[in-house]
Ligand binder design. Structure first.
Ligand code: AMP
Length: 525
């Protein structure tokens, strides 16, 4: 059997290849839509172009382009050709690109036409022989060259364990590492999600609004694989625009977003139950969804957001139930998905009791092969009995529901006591005038680390006074958990996936209590 992921995705295409696969939201004209045949032919032409370059087996193909349907086709073409897709966040600048290209040593890179001069220089210096360009308006040498190739192509034969993609982790807590994902990892997770979330196929097929970037696990794998495997139509937005999403909800059935997208959609007056009448599923992930957003969404639309949890190294791990909708629990990420093993370990290396906080470890066919060219780091992140240490801290209740408390690296140890930032953030967010907050530890001469908080004021109201917030917490939680300093800001720094950049907040306030070495942290679990 050919375990090439493309073969599985292609198997989901509907029998009638002339139906619409992707409609771009920028151009409502159906002539600008892409049929399944277009995806099949265009990816074949690109795969033939790649084959004509005679790259070494399992070459990395590094891609930093703006989102477009052609960029998705390029991903499919790389899968078809049996090489390894390596998407790069389009916010990355030259110093970052230099690191990724130097580390991954791709045989082929694709960048935007406007980045060509500097990007090509970095690539050639690192020994890459082929540099193509791709614009989000169908410009660039990749399409020009692909047009000269045949439009049929037999997918390269790959086994389950062969690499399909390398995803560099977002690196919010250190240097980015390349997570190596195999055809088997991606296919098994996509099939699990197809069944678990009830993707509709055939005449009743789903319509997905795709508004996420495609350099990340969420938009590239969870969203695109889901739609392709189900033969579902995608409404494709190159950029997230809340008005465009609301305008396209009518007739759509599935939407996936990071929490910030939901917050921005809630600010749209057009978001009403009537606008959502054809929707069956709203999914959130990549960062914690505030309970307040979860509840506000239910109040406004009548739909309950399904929150799930995963990461670049493992694709999806847990999900709130699909049915019944009422069983979805705000503030939790649901039980482990079928086939995924999940356990919570204490600092002593033993599994903790239900409801106790500890280090989350996982196992399953979805768990990656290791970090690219980092065998030691890989070995460190797996337990002796083969479980992957996610680096997330959380708990699992007796009924299997999992709650993420934070990253183990974000854990604050103050005066020898552990403080989980998410707990303090929960208390802060419930205070009047607070929209959201981020709690971090900074060096402190007496305590090793001190808890501090950065708080976003609720728009429209008076900004809360830091002293009042600290005073309000004092009566509610143990003294060592109360922030020693609170800063009120208008927004938190976030990356493209909506994750708060806590390292940036820590750096900003690092010297606040004077120079002091941070207390040593446990190795994590
Ligand atoms: P990435 O590899 O960039 O997808 O980041 C993965 C990390 O995002 C996980 O290890 C979690 O810390 C975080 N994450 C993903 N989904 C959720 C969620 N639903 N709630 C809380 N954190 C999440």
């Amino acid at each position: 059997m050919n375990a090439n992921l493309f073969v599985a995705l292609r198997g989901g295409f509907p029998a009638d290849l002339d139906t619409i696969a992707i409609e771009t939201a920028d151009t409502a004209m159906s002539s600008d839509a892409y049929t399944w045949r277009d995806l099949e032919r265009a990816s074949a032409m690109m795969a033939n172009l790649i084959a004509s370059l005679d790259l070494p087996a399992q070459s990395r193909v590094a891609v930093q382009v703006d989102k477009s349907v052609e960029a998705l086709v390029l991903y499919l073409a790389v899968l078809r050709s049996g090489h390894v897709f390596l998407p790069l966040n389009n916010a990355y600048q030259s110093a970052e690109i230099e690191y990724f290209i130097g580390n991954a040593e791709p045989a082929l890179v694709v960048c935007t036409p406007k980045a060509f001069s500097w990007f090509a220089k970095i690539a050639f210096k690192a020994g890459t022989k082929h540099v193509f360009t791709l614009g989000d308006d169908r410009t660039g040498s990749l399409l020009e060259r692909a047009a000269q190739h045949a439009d049929t192509h037999e997918p390269a034969v790959r086994s389950e364990g062969d690499l399909a993609a390398i995803l560099y982790t977002s690196g919010t807590t250190g240097r980015s590492k390349g997570a190596m994902l195999t055809h088997g990892n991606l296919r098994s997770n996509a099939l699990t999600l197809k069944a678990f979330w009830g993707w509709r196929t055939g005449a009743e097929r789903d319509v997905l609004i795709h508004a996420l970037p495609i350099f990340h696990v969420h938009g590239l794998f969870v969203a695109s694989h889901g739609a392709l495997l189900a033969g579902a139509k995608m409404i494709w937005l190159n950029r997230f625009d809340p008005k465009a999403v609301v305008a396209r909800l009518h007739g759509a059935s599935v939407f996936m977003g990071v929490p910030t997208l939901y917050v921005r959609l809630l600010a749209e007056p057009g978001l009403t139950p009537a606008a959502c009448a054809s929707m069956r599923l709203f999914i959130s992930g990549s960062a914690p969804l505030l309970l307040e957003t979860f509840e506000a969404w239910r109040g406004r639309t009548g739909h309950t957001i399904l929150e799930r949890y995963g990461m670049s190294e493992t694709v999806m791990l847990t999900s709130n139930p699909y049915r019944p909708e009422a069983a979805r629990r705000g503030g939790t990420v649901g039980p482990a998905l079928p086939g995924v093993g999940l356990r919570v370990m204490g600092d002593d290396g033993a599994v903790v009791a239900a409801g106790e906080v500890g280090h989350i470890q996982v196992k399953g066919p979805n768990v990656f092969k290791g970090y690219w060219r980092m065998p030691e780091k890989t070995a460190e992140e797996f337990s002796a009995d083969g479980w992957f240490r996610t680096g997330d801290v959380g708990k699992v209740e007796a009924d299997g529901f999992c709650t993420i408390v934070g990253r183990s690296k974000d854990l604050v140890i103050t005066g020898g006591y552990n403080v989980y930032p998410a707990e303090i953030e929960g208390f802060l967010n419930a205070l009047p005038g607070v929209a959201e907050s981020a709690v971090v530890g900074v060096p402190h001469p007496d305590f090793g680390e001190a808890v501090i908080a950065v708080v976003v004021a609720r728009p429209g109201g008076p900004a809360p006074a830091p002293a009042a917030l600290i005073g309000a917490l004092k009566g509610r939680i143990a003294g060592f958990k109360v922030p020693k300093f609170v800063e009120v800001v208008s927004e938190l720094p976030r990356n493209a996936m909506g994750k708060v950049l806590k390292n940036l907040l820590r750096d900003r306030h690092r010297a606040m209590f004077g120079p002091a070495p941070a207390a040593p942290k446990p190795a994590g679990g």
